[in-house]
Design a protein around this ligand. Structure first.
Ligand code: ZN
Length: 370
């Protein structure tokens, strides 16, 4: 069976506002020559270009998808938020939250981004494809139902899950978020529920500043169904795989999902301009291997990765290509041009030992074998 790849050129046309990285323009902040916010089309467009050049597109079922419908969106977002967003989008664009500027038609593009995730999940669940990657843009994992933040305008993954659940196609869903930032939106939406397990690996105290604590475990029926794994700046390949092996995978085994969804950011990569982790293309490949194996064992291989952050224009394409190689089993590769350099800059054994102790503590705290 095949691997689906869902994308749409239109998603690359979502335009941010007047920032240089995360700094508002004005005063002494000079506008950048290209783009503004780090969440720009370039990381995504260069991935698509790399895929064309290597030819891996021939091994994937490439398609677009219809936008999420108003009914889809209203399962997660209040009508008032959607109305305000649509009105401002029609009027030429603006800003409704924190670091989430959009231009004209931003509403339609955000609905399309969610639509890619929705269709990808539907096709994985129907068996049309074995697994899938949705190159959604704008991203979604920070978005709260009524407050966009962190470049995220609609909650792409929850919108996809809600559509699948409404159609009776899935009940138990696990979301593994390895974007370097805390998946606060996804956590918030499922905090009281036990049918969706949310796990976030993220850089400790990066973004948002007030969420992502290891003690935040869910509430009421959702108690125990939210797992945060905050890791210190400088965490690299070995400790990420360690956290996956000793926390994420055992939690998936315990939960027994019908499908696994990854909030797939690449901003834990070593060259990311707004985070301080040391992951490599191979780290992302091996994490993909681990969730793919878990999906094969737990839910007939049903696995969806939805694109989130990742802001190194030159490195994200190689990380994402590696993910697609593993996901699809394609023999077409795009070797990491920086493999030797990034391998040489990993934490020392002594630091990894310290991180291993930290991971043991977090695993034990969640009732997973230390
Ligand atoms: Zn991120």
């Amino acid at each position: 069976m095949s691997t689906g790849f869902y994308w749409d050129e239109r998603c690359f046309w979502h335009a941010g506002g007047n920032y240089a990285l995360t700094m508002p323009l004005g005063g002494l902040v000079q506008p950048m020559a290209a783009g503004g916010l780090p969440e720009s089309p370039e990381t995504k467009r260069r991935l698509r270009n790399l895929m064309e050049v290597t030819g891996i597109t021939r091994d994937l079922a490439m398609s677009s998808a219809p936008p999420a419908t108003r009914e889809d969106l209203e399962r997660i977002h209040p009508a008032k938020y959607l109305n305000d967003f649509k009105a401002l989008s029609d009027a030429g664009g603006g800003e409704l939250g924190l670091r989430t500027p959009f231009a004209k038609d931003g509403y339609e593009i955000a609905a399309l981004s969610a639509g890619l995730a929705k269709q990808a999940l539907a096709d994985v669940l129907s068996g049309k494809v074995q697994n899938a990657y949705a190159l959604s843009r704008p991203p979604g994992h920070h978005c709260l139902p009524d407050w966009p933040n962190g470049f995220c305008l609609m909650a792409n993954i929850p919108i996809a899950i809600a559509a699948a659940q409404a159609g009776g196609k899935a009940q138990r869903v696990a979301v593994v978020d390895w974007d370097v930032h805390h998946g606060n939106g996804t956590e918030h939406i499922y905090y009281d529920r036990d049918d969706v397990l949310t796990i976030s690996l993220h850089q400790d105290h990066n973004y948002p500043l007030d969420t992502g604590d290891v003690a935040d475990k869910g509430r009421g029926a959702g108690e125990g169904f939210n797992i945060n794994v905050p890791l210190p700046p400088g965490t690299g390949h070995v400790a990420y795989l360690d956290a996956m092996a000793r926390i994420v995978i055992p939690a998936l085994d315990r939960f027994q999902p019908d499908v696994i969804i990854v909030a797939c950011g690449f901003d834990a990569g070593i060259y990311d301009p707004i985070a301080q982790m040391l992951c490599t293309a191979e780290t992302f490949g091996q994490m993909t291997r681990m969730v793919k194996d878990a999906a094969a064992r737990l839910c007939d291989g049903r696995l969806l990765l939805v694109h989130e952050g990742g802001y190194s224009e030159v490195y994200v394409p190689f990380c994402a290509h590696r993910v697609l190689e593993v996901l699809s089993g394609s023999i077409i590769t795009a070797p990491d041009p920086m493999a030797d350099t990034v391998a040489a800059r990993q934490p020392s054994a002594r630091v990894n030992e310290f991180l291993s102790g930290l991971i043991s503590e977090m695993a034990a705290e969640r009732g997973l074998a230390p």
